[in-house]
Ligand binder design. Sequence first.
Ligand SMILES: C[S@@+](CC[C@H](N)C(=O)[O-])C[C@H]1O[C@@H](n2cnc3c(N)ncnc32)[C@H](O)[C@@H]1O
Length: 140
Amino acid sequence: MAADISSDMLRRARDRATQLGVADLMEFTEADVTDLPFQDNAFDLVLTFNGLHCIPDPRAAVFELARVLKPGGILRGSTCVRGRGWRQDRFVAALQAAGFFGITPRAGDVQRWLRAAGLEVLAARHSGSVELFEALRPSA
Ligand SMILES: C[S@@+](CC[C@H](N)C(=O)[O-])C[C@H]1O[C@@H](n2cnc3c(N)ncnc32)[C@H](O)[C@@H]1O
C-alpha cells in the first residue's frame, strides 16, 4: 500500500512501480497522512521517508502512522529537522517561506512523539539535518 495526498505523486509512484514490474503487487491510495483511511493495527511495516517536514502537523502524522501499525510492527523513516546547525536552519526557513516545507520538526521531536504514541524507539540518528528513525509497537 502506498499513500500520498498528491494524485500526481501517486501517478509517478505507479509509473515507477510499473517500470520495476511490481505495480500489480501494490495499491495506491490518495490520503492525508494525518487522517489515514486504514484501520488500527493494519500493517506490519510502515515507512515514511522525507515527508514529515512537508506538512502542517507532523506530530499528528506520527500518531496516525503509529495507529495503523500492528503490535510487533516497525515504523521506519526519515525527515528533515531544525536545530542541527544555522546553515541547515536557514535552508529550512527558505523552503518554508517558499511553501515547500511545513512545520519542520526540531531534532528529537519525532523520537518524543513516537514514544508518546506508545512506540519503542529502536534507532535514531542524524546525517546533517536529516533524522532517521526506527520504532517498534510493542506486542501487548
Ligand atoms: C519530499 S516528498 C517525498 C516523497 C517520497 N516519500 C520520497 O522520498 O521520494 C513529500 C511528499 O509528501 C506528500 N505530502 C505532503 N503533505 C501530505 C499529507 N498531508 N498527507 C500525505 N502526503 C503528503 C507530498 O505530496 C510529497 O509526495
